[in-house]
Structures are given as structure tokens and as C-alpha cells.
Design a protein around this ligand. Structure first.
Ligand code: EPU
Length: 346
């Protein structure tokens, strides 16, 4: 089968920030054979690999590097064991629809990750996480295709080198791989519910649910997210724009002495995670605006496109926020979203 290669292709529908941008070359990967064709035709790349476009900021108006849209589909039950199943989803499946597929079959472990925008293939790259759970907690294996030499490799969770919003695939050696499928180890019964983070427990209590199921937890998470986070279809955004900074004990002690009301989350290794949303709100940026880019009114960690914003406008707002937070708290906020210019050679 021949490759479906499009030129001067609009990427606005392919990024949840709805930034206008064009790909010189756009290739949909709809079958494993397409990957072989890409290696032959483009001699190993480089490429920009696109999933659901929910964690990406196009800060260029034209992408010269060939864009590969990972759109492989399919979900399969691979194995059933005593109290667990191994389920495999192809990279192009929508993440939330995959979570729903698992919940319909009463497979537990992903319910706290409900309603996260994006595709299955992008989930391990970023080690997506929410409400006390990360993708690494149930990940069994990542199947990836090497765009340089055409080989397939299976990465265990350990080989993925997961950390907070980070994995092997975000670093130098990872860029030659395109994720084909992701397998998860999920529970069949005796589900271990994680209810302690944020408003999950109070949301369940308010609905008078005493013995919650995994579906109840999912519904609570969906309700909490809908209340606080803007729907990208109405207000284009890419979720948290920055990572929550992690400081060592000494820096934390200094900060808390000056800001006794600062919320924080102690990590097992003694370091402390500080909510970037709080730091940004303290600097007066919540609801703030710069051109067509703005800080969401309900959540200061989310930058939004008010309509017609360019990637540069969003980055300019991000830069102002970084400067103010650095000046006031001495903390440098790192981006959580990936600017396209950093993923592609110019
Ligand atoms: N806060 C403020 N003002 C704000 C927003 C937050 O003061 O405008 C403070 C509050 O004290 C709040 C705390 O920040 O208690 C934490 O806020 P929240 O529970 O909303 O979580 P977050 O740390 O801002 C992280 C993830 C989210 C994930 C939520 C829930 C990161 C970068 N973000 O946000 O993930 O949904 O926890 O688990 O770790 C994403 O990655 O795109 C994302 C949305």
C-alpha cells in the first residue's frame, strides 16, 4: 500500500490549542505497513510525531520536518490472569475512550485518569497523571517502532524510565521511536481505589456514594475536571502549561518561611512539589491576558487561546509569567507542553 502524503496540510484541527500552522509534509500512519514506507522514503528522519496534539504548542507557522500522525486503531484483551488482565490499545486510540472501554469491562486502574485529552500513544511519553495516579502505575509494556532502522522493540515500564511528566521518549535517544501500542496490567476485581487526592472523596460523599465502584470514581474525576479545567473544544488549551516545580528541602524551608500559606506536597525522597498554579495566582496572573493569550480564570496553570492566538503570543505570556514567578519566589517554572520548535530542527 502506498503512503498517504499530504502537502501544505493545516494542523489547526490537530492541536487542542487551535493554533494555525501548516505542515510542509503530513503523513497519516494508519497501518504498521505505513511505518516501513516512511523509513524507506525518508531515510530515518527526523520527524515530528503527532498524537492527539493535546500537549503541544505550535510556535512556528510552518513545520518543515515531515509530520507523522500516529493514527493506528484497535483495543484488545491480551491475557486474563487470576485478578488481572493485560489490555493493549493502539497508539491512535483516544485516551478517554480507552479508559471508558476498560471501565465498561470492569477493568480497574485507569479510572483516576478519566477525561485526560490526547491519544494512548502520547500517554507514556509524558507519563500523564492526575488525582494521585500516573500512567506508569499500570503500564505493562510499550511497543515502539524505530524510525531510523525499522525495528520494533518492547519497552518494559522500567525501560521507559518514568518520572514526573517525563520518560525515555522525551529525551535524545527517544526521538527516533514512534509508539505503536501500549499495554496495561489492570485489575479484574478487588480494585484498589485511590480516593485521597483532591476532591474525589468529597465529590463521592456529596453524591451519597458510600461504596464506590471504579465507574463512580471515574464519574467523580470527570465532574471535578469539568468544573475546574476548560474544555479544549470551547476554550482551546493544552492542560497544565507548566510543571509543578520540585524543590529541595532547603529551598522549600526558605519559601515556606516567607509564605506560610503556600500549599505543598511532600515527596518520598524528601523533596517538595509546589503547585505552580498557586505561584502564578499569587503573582496576579489568574485571568490575566496578553494579546489573544490568557490565563484561565478558574485555574492559573492553564493558558488558553482566546481566539486567533499565535504560538509566539502564548509563549510571550508564558515568558512574562516565568519572569514574575522567578522574581517573586526565586523559582523557575518549566514548560509542561512541548513547543514544536524544540521538537524539530529549524
Ligand atoms: N492552585 C491555586 N490556584 C490555581 C490553581 C491551583 O492556588 O489557580 C493550587 C491550589 O492550592 C490547589 C493546588 O494548586 O490545591 C493544586 O491544584 P490542582 O489540584 O488543580 O492540581 P495541579 O497541581 O494544578 C496537577 C496536574 C494536572 C492534574 C491535576 C489533578 C501537573 C503539571 N498538573 O495539576 O494535570 O489534572 O494535578 O491531579 O502536574 C495536565 O498535566 O495537563 C494536567 C491537567
Amino acid at each position: 500500500m502506498s503512503l498517504d502524503v499530504k502537502t501544505h496540510y493545516p494542523l489547526q484541527p490537530h492541536n487542542t490549542f487551535a493554533i494555525e500552522c501548516y505542515a510542509d509534509t503530513f503523513i497519516e500512519i494508519a497501518s504498521p505497513e505505513d511505518l516501513g514506507g516512511v523509513v524507506q522514503r525518508y531515510n530515518g528522519g527526523p520527524f515530528l510525531v503527532l498524537g492527539g496534539g493535546s500537549n503541544l504548542l505550535f510556535d512556528q507557522s510552518q513545520i518543515h520536518t515531515p509530520v507523522l500522525w500516529a493514527n493506528l486503531k484497535g483495543i484488545e484483551l491480551l491475557e486474563t490472569r487470576d485478578n488481572e488482565v493485560i489490555v493493549r490499545a493502539m497508539a491512535g486510540e483516544n485516551w478517554h475512550e480507552f479508559v471508558q472501554w476498560c471501565l465498561q469491562r470492569d477493568y480497574g486502574g485507569l479510572e483516576n485518569l478519566s477525561l485526560i485529552p490526547g491519544s494512548v500513544g502520547a500517554a507514556p511519553v509524558q507519563n500523564i497523571g492526575a488525582y494521585g495516579v500516573e500512567v506508569k502505575d499500570t503500564l505493562y509494556q510499550v511497543e515502539a517502532f524505530n524510525l531510523s532502522d525499522g525495528t520494533i522493540r518492547h519497552f518494559s515500564a522500567e525501560e521507559c524510565q518514568f518520572a514526573y511528566r517525563d520518560s525515555f521518549f522525551k529525551h535524545a535517544g527517544g526521538s527516533q521511536w514512534i509508539i505503536v501500542s501500549v499495554s496495561f496490567r489492570l485489575s479484574r476485581h478487588d480494585h484498589q481505589l485511590k480516593l485521597d487526592y483532591g476532591a474525589i472523596r468529597t465529590t463521592l460523599e456529596a453524591a451519597q456514594i458510600i461504596s464506590p465502584t471504579i465507574r463512580d470514581v471515574s464519574e467523580a474525576v470527570v465532574a471535578i475536571r469539568r468544573e475546574r479545567l476548560p474544555d479544549p473544544r470551547q476554550t482551546p488549551n493544552a492542560g497544565s502549561f507548566f510543571k509543578n516545580p520540585i524543590t529541595d528541602r532547603q529551598a522549600y524551608e526558605q519559601l515556606i518561611r516567607r509564605n506560610p500559606e503556600m500549599p505543598c506536597f511532600e515527596l518520598a525522597d524528601g523533596q517538595v512539589k509546589i503547585p505552580a498554579g498557586w505561584l502564578i495566582e499569587q503573582c496576579g496572573w489568574k485571568g490575566g491576558q496578553l494579546g489573544n493569550a490568557a490565563v484561565h480564570e478558574q485555574h492559573a496553570l492553564v493558558l488558553v487561546n482566546l481566539g486567533g492566538a499565535t504560538g509566539d503570543e502564548i509563549m510571550a505570556l508564558a515568558g512574562e509569567i516565568q519572569n514574575d514567578v522567578k522574581l517573586r519566589f526565586g523559582v523557575m517554572l518549566e514548560l509542561e507542553v512541548n513547543p514544536s520548535s524544540r521538537a524539530t530542527p529549524s
